[in-house]
Design a protein around this ligand. Structure first.
Ligand SMILES: Nc1ncnc2c1ncn2[C@@H]1O[C@H](COP(=O)(O)OP(=O)(O)OP(=O)(O)O)[C@@H](O)[C@H]1O
Length: 328
């Protein structure tokens, strides 16, 4: 059976203007990414801030155009239609997005029910009472009490807003949900409720999910497979349990080792914090360069290749987080 989504050799770069003595250049936000997603499957897209997760998700959601590559959805290449003309494409209702901050992504002038009715009118051609009935059904599915259906976004809590954002995404009957950090703006207790809701909806509606997150604990809980990105490239994909238990790439191992864990009762205390001025980190405090640039011991070929190009463009923000276990 063909994959629901089949990304082939996707590239997306951004022009970086000249600044502070640095010449203008290109930032390769997504570089030669190929990836598949099966029907009903949940795929986690992880990696540190700035590695290109949201850019890749935006290409799949057709919010932006790739410079190169194919986005096969049910066998049809969506990249052939420019993003600006995708709003009315027949497949539009089948790919929906849940955004990071529902408060920002919802129109402040629309009540919850109006927000959910809008895509039903535009994408499903429903009108009047039919659109309202379908919207109420979607809001019921996310357990938003009917007493809140006519409230504006500023009259709803973060968790309630998240429910509206999810209802709006599932209402048109999608096959694929793209979730970009869907719970990172929420309190931890609400996060768990929303993740459970998403899990139940996936099972109930047979949805495939592309789940973008830098929270590996969350990804481990809710996905079947994981794809790890580093500086625009995919460096590892595999079943979630396998990637977490036996990561194949040292960068993935570093990411997993950096997951905050609550120590078990009686466990030894964590290492003390470094004192001011005490040297130890392999990441040079100079924001322009990595101290190990060009001689990284952990086969970080991507890093070697990209560092000169990124130097001076905030490259330290995408510095590797590899553990310090075997220093050079
Ligand atoms: N419109 C744009 N113009 C120029 N550069 C951009 C643009 N959008 C993203 N970038 C750059 O592309 C790179 C990838 O950004 P992206 O938002 O995809 O990363 P991310 O992994 O989603 O990060 P985060 O987890 O912090 O959201 C970053 O270096 C970012 O600064």
């Amino acid at each position: 059976m063909t994959a629901l989504l089949d990304l082939q050799g996707l590239h997306r770069r951004f022009r970086v203007p000249e600044a502070a003595g640095r010449p203008a250049g290109w930032l390769h936000a997504v570089e030669d990414v190929s990836l598949t997603l099966g029907r009903g499957e949940a795929l986690g897209l992880v990696g540190e801030s700035g590695c290109g997760k949201s850019t890749l998700a935006g290409l799949v959601a057709r919010l932006a155009d790739p410079d190169q590559g194919r986005i096969l959805f049910d066998g049809e290449d969506l990249a052939r239609l420019p993003a600006r003309r995708a709003a009315h494409a027949p497949w539009r209702r089948r790919i929906q997005m849940v955004f990071q901050d529902p408060g920002e992504s919802l129109d402040p002038r629309l009540t919850a029910i109006q927000a959910v009715m809008r895509p039903l009118r535009r994408l499903n051609g429903l009108k009047g009472a039919a659109a309202e009935t379908a919207a109420r059904r979607a809001l019921d599915r996310v357990h938003l009490p009917r007493s809140l259906h006519d409230r504006l976004p500023h009259q709803l809590s973060g968790g309630q807003l998240a429910r509206v954002g999810i209802a709006r995404a599932i209402a048109p009957g999608p096959d694929l949900l793209i979730l970009d950090e869907p719970t990172s703006a929420l309190d931890v207790s609400i996060q768990a409720v929303i993740l459970t809701l998403l899990h139940d909806l996936r099972a109930e509606l047979g949805l495939a999910c592309l789940f973008v997150s830098h929270d590996l604990n969350v990804v481990r809980l809710v996905t079947d497979r994981v794809a790890v990105m580093y500086l625009g490239r995919l460096i590892e994909t595999g079943p979630t349990a396998r990637v977490f238990d036996a990561p194949a790439h040292p960068y993935t191992a570093g990411l997993i080792a950096a997951i905050p864990r609550i120590p078990a009762p009686g466990a030894p205390p964590p290492p003390r914090r470094r004192l001011a001025g005490e040297p130890a980190s392999p990441i040079d405090p100079d924001p322009q360069r990595c101290r190990f640039e060009g001689r990284c011991p952990r086969a970080a070929a991507i890093c070697r290749e990209r560092m000169p190009q990124l130097a001076g463009q905030g490259a330290r923000q995408v510095a590797c987080h590899l553990p310090l276990a075997d220093p050079v």
